[in-house]
Design a protein around this ligand. Structure first.
Ligand code: PRX
Length: 631
């Protein structure tokens, strides 16, 4: 199935028809997939509820499109190319035929353990092929997977398991990341002390140890598969049946479970993959993300596999054993498309050119970035040092909620401009609004980025709380999806993403709600109040800055340590504040609201531009904060 647009002219014409007649446009694409029963209608929608349905009445299973359809044409082609953490271990090649059988066998194992269509299964795994296999096996039988990034704490996992009432957890005995080794089964054990819904835990044993085994609950991967056939008919799913839940942070409350469905997600992840990366048969494609994030779901697993691509999975980290690892792997496997995050590019750039220079990167055709704005310096370095000025850079803007890339260049077909994501993909209708909800038609103005017509992989709901989905995404502006991002169009209509306009911060491409981190900090008995804001960070994009008021029972150093520890316990190491400033007071309005705008200015070293401070209850507080600011 070749869905690629092959020139900018073709893109423009496709874009035009996608706006003039979205149903006909998507029908032309969707009918190229394998449907168990064809759909009756392309799209039904009402953003106000929100109620969005794509490929209505159709029956489909995404795994038939990712596996079965390739058995005739490319059974022996490598589907997953796995590069282990350790350089001296061989890479693993899993062909489409092998992948099909591995998925079927594990799907049967899940069934044997009582997992049925609609059941939720949480995956807490290292970046090993079994993670992709487990996702596909769930989808095969109609179970809903929810991958929790294996950097989240036991408490964060427990919250996600409980929110989804998951019946099963799949994990591993060991996670390897660089020179670190972590027994993640132990973390699952701790999480499950709070989770009554989980009946079974399947443990992928790379080390083979049965650590703290709960008889009757824990089962090794091999034991689970014993006696299971390696053929398993795909469960016919309604287009709108849930495929997965993926938790992501918002500006209020606990992370929410973003829901994607079989039909629409399948079509959009595939269409966007082929077009953005201009994947050609035989290419080796590498996305360095973890499957714990949406990027891994859409652009390691589903989009590439449905396209019949060879998709690489990397277990390690960019700096191990040295900061040349990415380029070493690109050379070794002759990678053609390489997709990573600006934070990785900045970190590697800081390590010096000598780590790139020695490698043959001539196989590279397309470079991509995702997750946060890329600054010009990093863009130029990537373009010159990695792409040797021969590769287009696709700066892909999208979100967990959008399921797929929304604004981006398409391979080398589109004009490029550093720090601009570019043009919307066909089917995507962005608009920029002002605070009053009016659409800004003219180019050159900054505003709030919204999307005004559904696309097949738009978020359907937030698991267990549809009202929240409505409030967060569909209520700010009438009949529009609100992204939470600020954006600007240049004179040619190219989009530049400015960043979040809500209380979400983006640390190394990972999203956290400031409220979520404050909630964690406030759990500490010696904390009276806290306020968390993001600050500009050279490598991470944004860093986490916490202002904390402590009780008189604890000294400053002890409190700082305690704050770091509680964030690690409640969310995970990835959310630990970079700076903690212990303070006596926070800038508040007369009605008691913390003026975050002021805190953001202080931590950005822009205290000379505080703006209007006349509503402050106690202006002296601000001077004290400025005096003690940490950088
Ligand atoms: O602020 C935008 C930023 O990341 C947010 C989405 O985060 P998440 O759901 O975790 O998904 C990340 C991977 C798709 C967006 O609201 N963002 C993502 N890509 C870009 C970006 N900001 C600027 N440029 C991008 N290319």
């Amino acid at each position: 199935m070749d869905l690629r647009l092959k020139s900018f002219e073709e893109y423009k014409s496709a874009y035009k028809s996608s706006v003039e007649n979205p149903d006909a446009f998507w029908d032309g694409i969707a009918k190229q997939f394998k449907w168990i029963k064809p759909y009756d209608k392309v799209c039904e929608w009402d953003f106000r509820k929100p109620d969005v349905k794509w490929f209505v009445g159709g029956k489909v299973n995404i795994t038939e499109n990712a596996l079965d359809v390739h058995l005739q044409e490319r059974p022996d082609q490598t589907a997953i190319l796995w590069e282990p953490n350790e350089v001296n271990e061989p890479a693993l090649e899993i062909s489409y035929k092998e992948l099909y059988h591995k998925v079927c066998r594990f799907a049967n194992a899940l069934k044997k353990q009582g997992i049925q269509k609609g059941d939720r299964v949480v995956l807490y795994m290292p970046m090993v092929p079994e993670l992709a296999i487990a996702c596909l096996a769930c989808a095969r039988i109609g179970a809903i997977h929810s991958v929790v990034f294996a950097g989240f704490s036991a408490k964060a996992m427990a919250d996600r398991i409980n929110d989804a009432s998951a019946k099963m957890v799949i994990t591993a005995d060991e996670l390897r990341r660089g020179d670190k080794r972590l027994n993640i089964k132990e973390i699952v054990d701790t999480a499950l002390e709070e989770c009554a819904s989980v009946e079974r835990v399947i443990v992928y044993q790379s080390k083979g140890e049965k650590h703290n085994w709960h008889e009757g609950r824990d089962l090794s991967w091999d034991e689970a598969e014993e006696g299971c056939s390696d053929d398993c008919a795909a469960e016919p799913m309604d287009s709108e049946d849930m495929l997965f839940i993926l938790y992501t942070s918002g500006s209020t409350g606990k992370p929410k479970g973003v829901v994607h469905t079989h039909g629409g997600y399948m079509v959009y992840a595939t269409y966007s993959f082929q077009n953005v990366f201009q994947y050609e048969p035989g290419d080796i494609y590498w996305c360095t993300a973890d499957i714990g994030w949406i990027t891994g779901h859409s652009y390691i697993v589903y989009g590439p596999l449905i396209s019949g691509a060879t998709t690489m999975m990397f277990e390690g980290i960019p700096s191990y054993p040295d900061p040349g690892r990415f380029w070493k792997v690109c050379e070794k496997h002759k990678v053609n498309q390489f997709y990573t995050a600006p934070t990785a590019i900045r970190a590697l750039m800081g390590c010096g050119n000598e780590f790139v220079e020695g490698y043959d990167l001539s196989s590279l055709k397309v470079l991509g970035t995702v997750g946060e704005p890329i600054n010009e310096e990093a863009w130029e370095w990537y373009h010159k040092m990695v792409g040797k000025e021969n590769c287009p850079i696709v700066d892909t803007w999208w979100q967990t909620e959008t399921g797929g890339i929304m604004i981006s260049g398409l391979g080398d077909h589109s004009p490029q401009k550093p720090t601009f994501a570019g043009y919307p993909l066909p089917g995507i209708q962005p608009v920029i609004k002002n605070d009053k909800g009016e659409t800004i038609e003219e180019n050159g103005f900054e505003g709030l980025l919204c999307i005004q017509h559904p696309w097949p992989s738009v978020i359907r709901t937030t698991y267990g709380n549809h009202e929240r989905c409505k409030q967060v995404y569909f209520s700010a502006f009438d009949n529009c999806y609100f992204t939470g991002d600020g954006a600007k169009r240049d004179e040619n209509g190219m989009y530049r993403i400015i960043g979040r306009v809500d209380d979400v911060i983006n640390v190394s491409g990972h999203r956290f709600g400031t409220a979520e981190i404050e909630d964690a900090i406030n759990q500490h008995p010696e904390v009276i109040e806290s306020a968390v804001v993001g600050f500009p960070h050279e490598v991470k994009g944004q860093g986490i800055y916490a202002f904390v008021i402590g009780s008189s029972n604890i000294h400053e150093e002890g409190l700082e340590k305690a704050v770091r520890a509680i964030v690690e316990e409640m969310i995970g190491k990835i959310a630990r504040p970079d700076h903690i400033q212990i303070v006596d007071g926070l800038p508040k309005t007369r009605s008691g609201k913390i003026m975050r705008r002021i805190l953001r200015k202080i931590v950005a070293n822009e205290a000379d531009q505080l703006g209007d401070t006349s509503t402050l209850l106690d202006p002296e507080v601000v001077d004290k904060l400025i005096d003690g600011v940490k950088t």
